[in-house]
Write a protein of this length. Structure first.
Length: 716
């Protein structure tokens, strides 16, 4: 055996280390805190083989964990690939054809080949030196002369140490996305599979794995997420030495990828990161990386405008005079963008018909949408429109004209969801139709924003030839979005799917906001938004102030609490503000002003999230010595005094001026206040960073469902 070479990528604070081998793909050696060497060659390391003396009942040539493990050639754990050619070539083993390093991109491109099955794999690993996010891009090529039936392909296979034994994943359901679930990893395999055809409310395509002692802000944690808007899987499995492998990829339906000779299949991009600053360190790395991928009109993010979205305010009751009055009321409150939701197009009195027929309803809008859009513009707001391009109601002119356009399986009755079917986005004729109708809307109306919805899951996803079409569906949708973006580069797009059913880094290449959840009950939203922020930054998080009682839960919270929960994301209003008392109107206006004052800080900064028992949840957005701290009391008091909150991220040797900003919004009733809480008001108090970080800030008396907001400013 020749002496191995080491391939080292070092990012800002972390490193990835691979070891070459004579017959095989490079082996995984390490992913964790940075190994500070200028080059791997400067290190003297034992070859992995030498650390693994022969054990009983093992093969004479044991296979260790490579970047791309094959199947049936000595690797007993989960393989990166399964498939066959008409029952042949079921066993794959890849050796290295070529390795290229790109020092500028801090990346490695590894070309692998299996001369027996005539398959080739290319994997590019790039570790960003700014964000510490490792992107993995994998593609598989068929170099044989017959088709290869691909059953599964990992987008990336990651190595975790044995200590990484706590898994936190997020998921839930419509109206309850991003709930956190923690699982203790052991010898068993842990697996999540999503077959809903979209990213799904049920399982976000990513997770975080941490060591036992890792907290929100300290300790080692590893995160991964797939940039993919369709079916997905992730599997974590213990390896023979107690370490773990973590595979993520697209979940493929039987027969879905039939790789013709000469063809290449590309897996979704995998984003992965490691941090020594706990779950929030992982979140911060992801936020930075995601911020770099969004393609903004004008190439940089404009301050996130306050939205008014008509859905929960009026549902399908569209009346021109009423809508104009509503728009005027929103403008008066300080709203900057008016989004006309579902109900504006023909044959759409409710959710049973009309999808596909994307022209304005002539009875609701006799002169089209222009008069409303112009009224909105005159009020100084921008105008946005709701569409659901991939959907079609059987009761629509489009379906009557093209009953073969929806995905379907011949011989089976059509299964509807919310009374609708899904168009086959793999078909060019379908995409062209959708491009034309949306292009027409965008060209004739002053629309600068699309809320792009997707209100059902995919099943019976067969194309016109009876073949499975989940994969094509994602690519077709992305393609349509790109074409519309190219034709209308000033239009922003929001990705919505019954709230948060399509939130992922893949669709984010074409979109600019996520509708986080249809649930805008503020108490529920605290947890939903916390889960979202693990993977995505706050400026992409659509967060609206809803009415009380909340339409989805029936619970009621005060306006101040609802607003305090919504202002940390991309703010909106989702109720008819004309129903408010004068006092609440004034309060709402001041919340919008608060948001406008602080949005640049809220949306460009690092985010920390925390809980104190079950009574408090808090969130800190801070950058460059300035921060905003939101402390939410969830439950009524059980202790006599409020707890202390240790504030992370402060510089120990500096002082910070702490100001309690919302003493009037908080509407506390417990009096009298002690001198300390009085001093925090107005100009605030200057306190040492290490005191605030180590001992903690004393919190004022707060009733349940109240929020206290503090402003922190580092003094010179
Ligand atoms: C979905 C969205 C809502 C709204 C409705 C309209 O449920 O999440 O915000 O747009 O569709 O039908």
């Amino acid at each position: 055996m020749s002496t191995p070479d080491y391939l080292l990528l070092t990012g800002r604070d972390t490193s990835v280390l691979l070891e070459t081998q004579d017959d095989g793909a490079p082996l995984w050696r390490y992913w964790g805190a940075a190994i500070r060497r200028t080059a791997a060659t400067a290190m003297t390391l034992p070859a992995l083989q030498d650390e693994r003396p022969p054990a009983s009942f093992t093969l004479n040539q044991p296979v260790h964990f490579p970047v791309f493990p094959g199947f049936g050639n000595g690797w007993f754990n989960l393989p990166a690939i399964t498939g066959h050619r008409q029952q042949q070539d079921f066993s794959q083993h890849f050796s290295t054809r070529r390795i290229d390093t790109d020092t500028e991109a801090n990346s490695l491109t590894i070309e692998l080949q299996d001369t027996v099955t005539q398959l080739a794999v290319t994997i590019t690993l790039a570790l960003c030196q700014r964000t510490d996010v490792l992107s993995v891009n994998t593609s598989l090529s068929n170099e044989g002369t017959t088709p290869f039936a691909l059953q599964s392909l990992a987008a990336g296979c990651l190595l975790l140490p044995a200590e990484g034994n706590r898994l936190r994943y997020v998921g839930g359901r419509h109206n309850a996305e991003f709930a956190e679930h923690e699982v203790q990893l052991g010898r068993h395999q842990f697996s999540i599979e999503n077959r809903r055809g979209i990213t799904s409310h049920e399982f976000f395509p990513g997770a975080v794995i941490a060591e036992a002692g890792t907290t929100e802000h300290q300790g080692l944690a590893w995160g991964a997420q797939l940039a993919w808007s369709g079916n997905h899987f992730q599997t974590i499995e213990q390896l023979p030495d107690g370490s773990r492998q973590w595979h993520l990829g697209e979940w493929l339906a039987p027969g879905e990828i039939f790789l013709e000779p000469g063809a290449t299949h590309t897996a979704p991009t995998l984003l992965a990161t490691c941090s020594q600053q706990g779950f929030d360190g992982v979140a911060s790395n992801f936020h930075q990386a995601i911020r770099e991928t969004v393609s903004w009109p004008g190439n940089s993010m404009a301050p996130r405008q306050v939205h008014a979205n008509t859905w929960e305010g009026i549902y399908f009751q569209h009346d021109m005079a009423d809508l104009k009055a509503l728009a005027s009321a929103y403008a008066e409150t300080g709203v900057e963008r008016f989004v006309l939701d579902d109900g504006w197009f023909r044959n759409r009195p409710d959710d049973r018909s009309g999808l596909g027929d994307w022209t304005p309803d002539a009875t609701k809008y006799p002169a089209g949408l222009k008069p409303l859009a112009e009224h909105v513009l005159e009020l100084g707001m921008s105008f946005g429109l709701w569409v659901e391009p991939e959907m079609i109601n059987p009761d629509s002119d489009l379906f009557r004209a093209h009953p073969d356009w929806p995905l379907q399986v011949q011989g089976r009755p059509l299964l509807t969801g919310r009374n609708q079917l899904v168009l086959d986005m793999g078909r060019e004729v379908v995409r062209n139709y959708l491009f034309d109708v949306i292009h027409q809307l965008l060209s004739t109306l002053p629309v600068t924003y699309l809320k792009w919805d997707h209100n059902r899951h995919l099943t019976q996803a067969g194309d016109q030839f009876g073949k499975p079409a989940w994969h094509q569906q994602v690519l077709g949708t992305w393609q349509l979005m790109q074409r519309l973006r190219d034709a209308h580069p000033d239009v922003e797009i929001e990705s919505c799917s019954g709230g948060g059913g399509r939130i992922d880094a893949g669709i984010l290449k074409y979109t600019h906001r996520f509708w986080t959840s249809d649930c805008i009950d503020a108490l529920s939203r605290i947890d939903i938004q916390r889960g979202f922020l693990q993977f995505m930054p706050p400026e992409l998080m659509g967060s609206h102030i809803g009415t009380a009682p909340a339409h989805t839960t029936g619970r009621s919270q005060g306006l101040d609490f609802r607003a305090a929960v919504a202002v940390t994301g991309h703010l909106g209003i989702e109720f008819d503000v004309r129903s408010l008392s004068e006092q609440d109107k004034a309060a709402l206006k001041s919340w919008l002003n608060f948001y406008k004052t602080y949005r640049v800080l809220l949306h460009g900064s690092r985010v920390w999230r925390g809980r104190i028992g079950t009574s408090f949840s808090w969130q800190l957005h801070a950058e460059g010595g300035e921060g905003l701290l939101f402390v939410y009391r969830l439950q009524p008091q059980t202790d006599i005094y409020e707890p202390l909150l240790r504030i992370p991220g402060l510089m120990a040797e500096h002082d910070y001026r702490v100001r309690w900003l919302n003493t009037d919004f908080a509407r506390r009733t417990r009096k009298p206040e002690t001198g300390f809480f009085q001093q925090l008001q107005g100009d605030g108090l200057t306190l040492p960073g290490d005191w605030l970080g180590q001992r903690g800030l004393a919190l004022p008396p707060m009733k349940a469902e109240r929020c206290a907001i503090f402003h922190l400013q580092r003094t010179a």
